[in-house]
Ligand binder design. Structure first.
Ligand SMILES: *[C@@H]1O[C@H](CO)[C@@H](O)[C@H](O)[C@H]1NC(C)=O
Ligand SMILES: *[C@@H]1O[C@H](CO)[C@@H](O)[C@H](O)[C@H]1NC(C)=O
Ligand SMILES: *[C@@H]1O[C@H](CO)[C@@H](O)[C@H](O)[C@H]1NC(C)=O
Ligand SMILES: *[C@@H]1O[C@H](CO)[C@@H](O)[C@H](O)[C@H]1NC(C)=O
Ligand SMILES: *[C@@H]1O[C@H](CO)[C@@H](O)[C@H](O)[C@H]1NC(C)=O
Ligand SMILES: CC(=O)N[C@H]1CO[C@H](CO)[C@@H](O)[C@@H]1O
Length: 834
């Protein structure tokens, strides 16, 4: 990390946001970024790059310095982010780069920490982000088709991309200007879908290449998941859970992995994904074993889909991703620490890995060795991709056993210093508990008001904000995605001569999603959403009709994140596209699809800004007769911010579905009533064997998301306003404010390692519940002494750790009394209380 700015004085380094000083001290020297078949070259030196994705809008500017610092401490030397077009240009030519959209500030924070940056402009981003990052106004322009040879699309993509590049250039943030950005990306995973677009796709991706090059940024452009057809001189890179078998399009390009999925995202109704530290480390070690030189964790910090950012449909508000830093920005242990040890080792080996001679040997049975040798220095990788069997090989006269699905790294090809399956990092146990402040006070006191269902009004009255059509319209086309909510309203006369004459008829609504709430004559008749996979569904409920009178039918159609993936994602329709029918008991039907329909975008309460942070505006909020389980209710309360540093979450158990605001900040959609599948979870998780998104799930049968992150910077001392818009119907009585607190640490470290134990949030280790150096048995929570142990195991750990925020133990015979264990590899198991 010999960046120009590191030569600045420490005093200057502290001035993180002092633009003038930073650009002054970093602009003096540009960094030359080139590459060859082995690696990226910075000022002519081959470098290993270990990067992590952090998406700036998924946290807050207040969190950025700590996230980036923890990334650096975790052994990363680069941060990668996308740029989110629809967040920056919500309306055509109206830009927003404020708050957590200030990507320039984010890049400068990276620079201030002395890390490199990789800027993936896209502008298509996928990322489980609303509409893949595309603005809906762009889709609503005449004749626009995304991501193909379409003049209107390419014109807007050119304008936005150029704007971003110019903003970055102005601040001198490209490495060529002395800034941190060493790579940029145009398009994103286009290779996965290109064939669908035929020749137009090919000419589009070539246009992308030429256009990107024309921007003259002085650092290479990459395209991920673009195969041998990546246009010159764009570098193709790999995304996936494993990329060791990926090879770039030609031999003068380094092997680079732009997305190594550290876990997986969660849908509403989804279970908790979990990818083990052992398996992520295995994938990374294998990638570098097979000549990789740049890899990026997707995500290193996932964060939160605040507001309406989540894609979909049906992507949850949490975007934790089981990443090395959790949703709140804390270390997800042991993943963070186990990978840190690997990163430190790889960086130590940077020279030999990027310059050494390589000798691969295949032993069969998925076992291989790779020797890198340079000027007498050697390092060995023993890779065992067999998912069941440990394998012993004889290498230069000695026997070495590599556990199943692991990679061992041996210095001088003699001493094993790392094995991906042997975790010597603590597992942190984190719980959510009611905040201290909250326990003292009584339950939250709520007031409420109703969001009245809209109903059809005659066009001749010119009602405000209502538009009309004698057909069912696609939702995005009407809302421009300014809101999740769109009312579809019509009225129907039914008399004795009507074929569907009858007391009770069935209202049938065919919709493309994502949620519908139906009201007949002002009365809620039901709500529905897609349950399995396909998000089109049919809503059907019996409705009471009045005879000889007008009946109003009002359908509130709700989007839950627009399509973010796939060919022609822009052509995926949402909303009620019909038919909408009334069906009599005798099966006679009345088709309402071509009725006169009235359309109203959004909610009245939204228009009146009921969510705003105004503690004194209590007009029309009632504290009495708090409604339970009634749809379309606004709830409001005030709460005290928990003291301390621990992350703050709202426990929204009891509520249905809606949106939550804290002090006017939209903290995202909530849907705790959506319970995850009962099946498919297991208590145990075998890291061995290829990971896929249904492996090692937890949280079956529980709310898919019960807790919602409230960043500390949204809170203030004293009263905080919480406003909920509850659309399904729920009960807020048990809503409470909690903190995410680390309560315990477990560890199981092998002889020869150094074990670091620590609590967080300023707390100290208060007690050692268990410690045994020998061959301890059992797993976390039920550890016990094995057949042998050092008698002073407990007292040694107590002395080293109790009363301290962290402690470090050399796991060896030297630290403990004689264990009496014969010819086994000893382990130290510890359970510590925070
Ligand atoms: C849209 O495309 C149609 C058919 O190609 C063409 O007739 C029309 O002029 C186009 N409209 C615009 C605004 O470009
Ligand atoms: C390999 O790809 C690079 C980058 O696109 C290009 O500059 C170079 O000419 C290519 N080499 C060959 C032999 O095709
Ligand atoms: C490569 O490694 C194998 C296995 O250790 C060894 O037998 C062989 O001689 C090596 N080849 C070279 C060229 O060093
Ligand atoms: C290595 O293992 C083989 C096969 O089990 C055995 O025959 C040999 O004696 C071992 N060599 C050493 C040095 O332990
Ligand atoms: C209902 O009317 C719409 C519009 O005319 C038509 O497309 C649809 O096929 C009709 N559906 C049925 C079931 O008759
Ligand atoms: C490049 C790559 O490895 N892609 C894989 C990523 O993971 C998904 C889901 O498991 C696979 O379908 C892809 O083939």
């Amino acid at each position: 990390m010999v960046m120009a700015m590191l030569s600045c004085s420490p005093v200057m380094m502290l001035l993180v946001f002092s633009t003038v000083l930073l650009s002054f001290c970093s602009s003096s020297v540009g960094l030359d970024v080139s590459y060859d078949g082995r690696a990226l070259k910075l000022d002519g030196e081959r470098r290993l790059i270990i990067a992590g994705s952090i998406h700036y809008p998924r946290s807050t500017p207040e969190m950025w310095p700590s996230l980036i610092k923890k990334s650096k401490d975790g052994g990363l030397n680069a941060i990668e982010t996308y740029v989110f077009w629809n967040a920056h240009e919500p309306l055509r030519r109206q830009y927003d780069f404020s708050g957590n959209l200030d990507f320039i500030r984010f890049l400068k924070t990276i620079q201030a920490e002395g890390l490199y940056a990789i800027l993936r402009i896209g502008p298509y981003v996928c990322a489980e982000w609303n509409f893949g990052g595309f603005p809906v106004w762009l889709h609503n322009m005449p004749n626009v088709t995304f991501r193909t040879d379409n003049a209107a699309f390419m014109n807007e993509m050119r304008i936005f991309t150029t704007l971003i590049v110019n903003m970055v250039k102005k601040e001198k943030l490209f490495a060529s200007q002395g800034g941190p950005i060493i790579l940029a990306q145009i398009e994103n995973e286009y290779g996965n879908i290109m064939s669908t677009y035929g020749d137009a796709g090919k000419s589009y991706i070539h246009w992308c290449g030429n256009f990107a090059e024309s921007l003259d940024i002085g650092v290479p452009w990459v395209m991920c998941q673009q195969y041998s057809d990546a246009p010159e001189p764009i570098i193709n890179t790999c995304n996936g859970f494993y990329c060791d078998q990926f090879y770039p399009k030609n031999q003068s390009i380094p092997k680079m992995w732009t997305e190594n999925w550290t876990g997986w995202f969660k849908d509403w109704g989804g279970r908790n994904p979990h990818r083990t530290a052992e398996d992520v480390a295995f994938a990374v070690a294998r990638f570098y074993q097979y000549g990789g030189s740049l890899q990026t964790y997707y995500m290193y910090h996932g964060g939160t889909n605040f507001g309406r950012y989540s894609g979909g449909p049906y992507i949850a508000t949490t975007y934790d991703y089981d990443a090395p830093l959790d949703e709140y920005g804390n270390m997800n242990q042991p993943k963070w620490g186990h990978l840190k040890q690997l990163h430190n080792l790889l960086m130590y080996l940077e020279k030999v890995l990027t310059h050494g001679e390589v000798n691969n040997t295949d032993y069969g049975n998925m076992m291989s060795s790779t020797v890198y040798a340079l000027n007498g220095q050697r390092v060995c990788f023993f890779g065992n991709a067999n998912d069941k069997n440990d394998i012993t090989i004889t290498f230069e006269g000695k026997n070495y056993t590599t556990p199943a699905w692991s990679v061992s790294i041996l210095l001088d090809c003699l001493t094993e210093v790392y094995n991906t399956a042997r975790v010597n990092t603590q597992t942190s146990i984190v719980t959510k508990k009611p905040s201290e402040t909250d326990k003292e006070s009584k339950k939250l006191e709520w007031s409420w008001r109703a969001e009245k269902p809209q109903h059809f009004k005659d066009p001749s009255n010119n009602p405000k904000g209502v538009t009309y059509a004698t057909q069912l319209l696609e939702q995005k086309a009407v809302t421009d995605d300014t809101s999740d909510y769109l009312w579809y309203m019509t009225s129907v006369d039914i008399d004795e001569n009507d074929p569907i004459w009858g007391e009770e008829v069935t209202l049938q609504v065919h919709t493309n999603g994502h949620v519908v709430h139906a009201f007949v004559n002002g009365k809620h008749t039901g709500s529905e959403w897609a349950k399995d996979g396909d998000f089109k569904f049919v809503f059907e409920q019996i409705a009471k009709m009045k005879h000889g009178k007008k009946n109003t039918i009002s359908l509130l159609s709700v989007t839950v994140g627009l399509q973010n993936y796939g060919a022609y994602l822009d052509k995926v329709d949402v909303g009620i596209l019909g038919p909408v029918k009334l069906i009599a008991p005798n099966s006679q039907e009345k088709n309402l699809s071509t009725n006169m329909w009235a359309y109203k975008v959004g909610l009245n309460g939204m228009e009146r800004r009921l969510y705003e942070d105004d503690m004194h505006k209590h007009r029309n909020w009632s504290p009495n007769d708090l409604p339970f389980n009634r749809p379309l209710i606004w709830y409001k309360t005030t709460f005290q911010a928990p003291s301390g540093e621990d992350p703050v979450v709202l426990d929204l158990l009891g509520l249905g579905k809606g949106i939550a605001w804290v002090n006017g900040h939209n903290i995202g959609r909530y849907w705790p009533s959506y319970v995850a599948d009962e099946n498919g979870c297991s208590d145990t998780c075998d890291y061995r064997g290829a990971y896929y998104d249904k492996k090692c799930l937890t949280n079956c049968g529980k709310p898919s998301q019960r807790w919602y992150h409230v960043p500390r910077s949204f809170l203030r001392v004293g009263g905080n306003t919480l406003v909920l818009f509850e659309e399904l119907g729920g009960n807020p009585s048990n809503v409470n404010v909690q903190t995410v607190t680390m309560t315990k640490a477990f560890a199981n470290a092998y002889e020869g390692s150094t074990l670091e134990l620590s609590c967080r949030g300023g707390r100290v280790i208060s007690e050692i519940k268990f410690a045994s150096f020998g061959d301890p048995k059992g797993t976390y929570g039920s550890l016990e002494k094995g057949s042998c142990e050092s008698p002073n195991s407990l007292s040694v750990i107590e002395q080293a750790c109790v009363g301290k925020e962290s402690c470090s133990i050399d796991v060896s015979e030297g630290t403990f009394e004689h264990s009496g264990c014969e010819s086994i590899q000893k382990r130290l198991a510890v359970e510590a209380v925070c």
